[in-house]
Ligand binder design. Sequence first.
Ligand code: GLP
Length: 260
Amino acid sequence: MEVIVCPTYEEISVAAARVVAETLNEKPDAVLGLATGSTPLGLYKELIRMHKEEGLDFSHVTTFNLDEYVGLSHNHPQSYYYFMWENLFKHINVPVENIHVPSGTANDYRAYCEWYEDRIDECDGIDLQVLGIGSDGHIAFNEPSSSLASRTRLKTLTEQTIDDNARFFDKREDVPIYSITMGVGTILDAERLILLANGEGKADAVAAAVEGPVSSMITASALQLHPDSLFFVDEAAAGKLKMRDYYDWIQKNKPGSPGA
Ligand code: GLP
């Protein structure tokens, strides 16, 4: 695990965008796993800028999103498909047929979840997965007590997640209580993982994920089992990391860095 602390939200967004751009430069037909929520908005803004100003090309890219609310169709303003379309896809040149966001309106969810997993396999897996973190330490919608071996499936949201996400809806009662989400096991299969977190409200979750025991109660802690995961956190979200000085020391002494 590598923990990169940047002073501001803008800086973590730009640093994470650089990792995405490097991936696309090395592999123009990369498969990207994408996340929703307010955290990756700055990253998406920077990718859009890189596309428009620097010609970052998404024409051979395939994307898979982590999750969706059950019951919301693509054109529902609070659906994750709509979010992705408005905040990223419509601004870049990714072919629409290469975009995958789990369906919130499938008839047979069991079959649909299997199809989603198979589709990822057919594309030879995810090269780079972007993640946020819930205030309870979840990744995607893998709420506390989710199996660390879980695959794409339906998941009931906790009341805390419903409270956290109610800000995007007119009223709390409008937040769906079920989601369709990639499992922790699905996420761990990606070649590389980048998790972004900002703000004081994420400090406990980040500390538990990075320095706590691996536990299904903090599903982000499963990233400790992955050989290539990067955490981009701002000062506020890094506030409760006990080994903070060491993480900075590593960055300072990385080969090629100004401090090395
Ligand atoms: C939701 C999403 C997660 C996201 C989390 C945090 O639960 N399913 O993928 O990481 O929200 O959202 P935010 O970035 O808005 O804090």
